[in-house]
Design a protein around this ligand. Structure first.
Ligand code: PLP
Length: 384
């Protein structure tokens, strides 16, 4: 489909092309100096001790669970209103995801009260997701974690560059996980990163991402080693140098592009408040600085979401849904039966949420066009 206004778009230019060419000309294609520079740049940017690059955000979440020691018989509390990868990562370890509700129609993040009701003696961790780049209540999450002696993993896939109380998201919990998938604020096509201040966890992550081997091909190429031991059952979750090469250019654009996203979000909010006051706009007056990854709205009850999205499509405007809740997926029916989730807000919001286009190269005039069509839809709908 040739969208007049797509849901998302990426800001790639000649700098990224040159970075990729440099790698190809260097003749070293897998984890090497470019990946190391990427890791250093991310740890400097986030002000955190260790950054470990991996193949994608899902691998990051899986390794975070393993490095914390999560395994069969354990429970991990997680929101259901997130991408399925967040919960899949728990299941890869043999542990059980336990779904918590969101906070409210204004705050789509995991609800601390819901978490506290779900903690049992099997709970080992909470994975919080900063929905759309908007911060979870991290001081409260950390208080719950220390009171119950459990770990916090941050799924910061939407939140590169977001802050709370001047501290970057991803650096509040035991381990932070980022995705650099092709629709993310910083993209390498596929890619991910784990960040932590914990030396032991960082060491474990480095082992697990490459088969538990004590040295890498790169170390041997550099003459630092000629053999290796295998000390863990690890994975091939390595990233390659071509992808890593995009990251440094992308990082240099991140703050500017996040600011553009915030300005576009503000314009949406101002216009929508005027013309469609019955639409709920989540995260209004939310604390912290958001990376504004997506633009969610919640339709009033009684409005048919399918009709709305089809109408927008007929105008060439792509919309989406964040998210179909995980506990309703067929592949999650078994865990549903084990732990019956009662998630009234998640169930309600997930039927009414629509995501509008948002990306740094979107123009203010295009936001006006989108909102104009929302107004048109309302007019037609009111007539029927
Ligand atoms: C909230 C969330 N968690 C995890 C992931 C998984 O990241 P990836 O696609 O890089 O594996 C995504 C990415 O789409 C995401 O949006």
């Amino acid at each position: 489909m040739n969208w007049r206004i797509p849901l998302s778009d990426i800001d790639l230019g000649p700098e990224e092309e040159n970075a990729v060419l440099d790698v190809i000309r260097s003749r070293w294609l897998t984890m090497g100096s470019v990946t190391q520079n990427f890791e250093k740049a991310i740890s400097d940017y986030l002000h955190i001790k260790h950054a470990v690059a991996v193949a994608n955000g899902t691998a990051a979440l899986h390794l975070a669970c393993l490095a914390i020691g999560i395994g069969p018989g354990d429970e991990v509390i997680v929101p259901s209103l997130t991408f399925v990868a967040t919960a899949n990562a728990i299941r890869y370890t043999g542990a059980t995801p336990v779904f918590a509700d969101i906070t409210s129609f204004n705050d789509l993040n995991i609800n601390p009260l819901s978490i506290e009701n779900l903690i049992t003696d099997k709970t080992r961790a909470i994975i919080v997701v900063h929905f759309g780049g908007y911060a979870c209540d991290m001081p409260r999450m950390n208080a719950i974690a220390s009171k119950n002696n459990i770990a916090i993993i941050e799924d910061a896939a939407h939140a590169i560059g977001s802050e709370l109380d001047g501290r970057k998201l991803g650096t509040w919990g035991k381990v932070g996980c980022f995705s650099f998938f092709s629709n993310k604020n910083l993209t390498t096509g596929e890619g991910g990163m784990l960040v932590t201040d914990d030396d032991d966890i960082a060491e474990k992550l480095c082992l697990l991402r490459s088969h538990g081997m004590t040295t890498l091909t790169w170390d041997r190429h550099k003459g630092h080693a000629w053999t290796y031991d295998v000390v863990e059952l690890g994975y091939n979750y390595r990233i390659d140098e071509i992808k890593a090469s995009l990251s440094l250019v992308q990082l240099s654009k991140l703050e500017g592009n996040n600011e553009k996203r915030r300005q576009l979000t503000k314009r949406y909010r101002d216009l929508l408040r005027e013309i469609a006051p019955t639409i709920t706009i989540p995260f209004t007056n939310h604390p912290g600085l958001s990376a504004s990854h997506i633009m969610p709205i919640i339709l009033p009850t009684g409005v048919n979401r399918f009709d709305f999205m089809e109408y927008m499509k007929s105008q060439g405007i792509q919309t989406s849904i964040h998210y179909p809740p995980i506990h309703k997926f067929t592949a999650y029916e078994i865990s549903n039966r084990t732990i019956e989730p009662k998630l009234p807000l998640t169930n309600d919001v997930s039927k009414r949420e629509v995501t509008l286009p948002l990306y740094p190269t979107l123009q203010l005039i295009e936001v006006e066009i989108i909102v104009h069509h929302i107004q048109e839809f309302q007019r037609i709908y009111a007539r029927e």
